[in-house]
Design a protein around this ligand. Structure first.
Ligand SMILES: *Cc1c(COP(=O)(O)O)cnc(C)c1O
Length: 401
């Protein structure tokens, strides 16, 4: 999106503000679809937890996406957005048997990731088709190292537990219709992903009634100029070939599923905040903005480096700044970053603010959460109002003394 458009939106809707570019979301969706064009049945389930605004869900529904959900509330948001239950997959971790039963009763595809629940569910509902989340024990590391073995992950059923898994399936007579994996990390090397896929294919041969294979997500997106990203085009070419070959061996045309979150929405998002104060100390210059980790926690939580631009002074002479928030704790967005000269009142724009930004925001310090705007066909649509004090006190039960 153009700087002047973003600046105009910040003026119109106030700061801090989240803006999402609908065209970029649709572009990413189409890109993934295109690279897997030669797979007969492809399903892309958008991972709701990345950005769960209902208007964004509706946009992706229009594009033909399904949803990947991790809580019953996300399932309900999806239904509110108009998705039919059979377009939703539910991949929780550590939730109760009751919640899984409630979601299954809605007609949503459930995905089970532990043997205990699998056994209980299979015994009670042998007629409900279930997908199994496998843990292939493969992690995509910074340097194509493959670590296979005993990884301390709470996710998925270990491939080493396959005999036990098969015994449960057999004893309960349950119907396993899908196999799933989600390694979770930013994939830098597609060979690692393909290696994990081989483990999934091998696991799949144990089940005779499969309808789909779900390869999860973990596509890495660029965070700055010349940053590395997952080469989805190459992945598409290679995995398509392998997948189609597997289907002929298996004797049935399966559906290939993915569940990207970050890939679809990260780069579409812009977060804008106003500089309240420029504070020169003996060691650095702080730019203090009207926001904090209550609105964008990723730098503090994961050490994420979001590119920051002074859109009030584009092309201005660059200086070094530490960009900090107003929360009364260490609240650093960026340390010693080159940014075009900042004056009080300027609007800073954070890139890659689509995924895991608003959806992880909170009311810490009793601050209201920002508004959200969807930029679509040359117009900015308000898709969430800025909160007010009423939102903060809504559920409080106030005692009088
Ligand atoms: C979070 C999650 C995703 C999405 O991951 P991204 O890195 O945002 O693409 C997909 N599947 C499952 C099961 C998840 O928990």
């Amino acid at each position: 999106m153009e700087t002047k458009t973003l600046l105009a939106l910040a003026e119109e809707f106030g700061s801090p503000l989240y803006v999402y570019d609908a065209a970029k979301i649709l572009h990413q969706y189409a890109r993934l679809q295109k690279t897997f064009m030669k797979v007969e049945n492809l399903r892309i389930h958008y991972a709701v937890k990345a950005l769960s605004n209902i208007s964004v869900l509706k946009l992706l529904k229009k594009a033909g996406a399904g949803l990947d959900t991790v809580s019953i509330e996300e399932v309900q948001l999806g239904l509110l957005a108009g998705f039919s239950p059979d377009k939703i997959i539910y991949t929780p971790n550590g939730v109760s048997m009751e919640e899984i039963e409630q979601v299954a009763a809605l007609g949503v595809q459930i995905n089970i990731d532990n043997l205990s629940i699998l056994e209980q569910f299979g015994a009670k509902h042998p007629e409900t088709p279930v997908c199994i989340r496998i843990n292939p024990h493969v992690m995509a590391g910074g340097n194509s190292n493959i670590s296979v073995g005993h990884i301390d992950s709470k996710f998925g059923i270990s491939i080493h537990q396959m005999p036990h898994l098969l015994r449960i399936a057999q004893n309960t007579g349950m119907h396993i219709n899908g196999i799933h994996m989600h390694t979770g990390s930013d994939i830098l090397d597609i060979e690692v992903f393909l290696y994990a896929a081989e483990i999934l294919f091998e696991a799949a041969t144990h089940f005779k009634e499969l309808e789909f294979l779900d390869f999860g997500s973990g596509f890495k997106v660029p965070y700055k100029k010349d940053d590395i990203e997952t080469d989805v085009e190459e992945l598409g070419r290679k995995l398509t070939k392998r997948f189609n070959a597997f289907c002929s061996e298996y004797g049935r045309n399966l559906t290939l599923a993915f569940e990207p979150g970050k890939f679809l929405v990260s780069e579409a998002g812009y977060f804008m905040a106003k500089v309240n104060v420029v504070k020169q100390t003996t060691s650095t210059v702080f730019a203090g903005i009207d926001s904090g980790f209550n609105h964008l926690i990723r730098p503090m939580f994961y050490g994420s480096e979001h590119y920051i631009e002074n859109i009030s002074n584009p092309g201005g002479k660059e200086r070094f700044y530490s960009v900090v928030g107003y929360i009364c704790e260490t609240d650093t967005f960026a340390g010693n970053r080159r940014i075009a000269e900042i004056k009080e009142g300027d609007i800073l724009c954070f890139r890659n603010a689509g995924a895991y930004c608003f959806s992880m925001s909170s009311n810490y310090n009793s601050r209201v959460r920002p508004a959200e705007v969807l930029w679509h066909n040359g117009k900015g649509y308000l898709i969430r109002q800025r909160e007010t004090l009423d939102d903060i006190i809504r559920n409080q039960v106030i005692l009088e003394f």
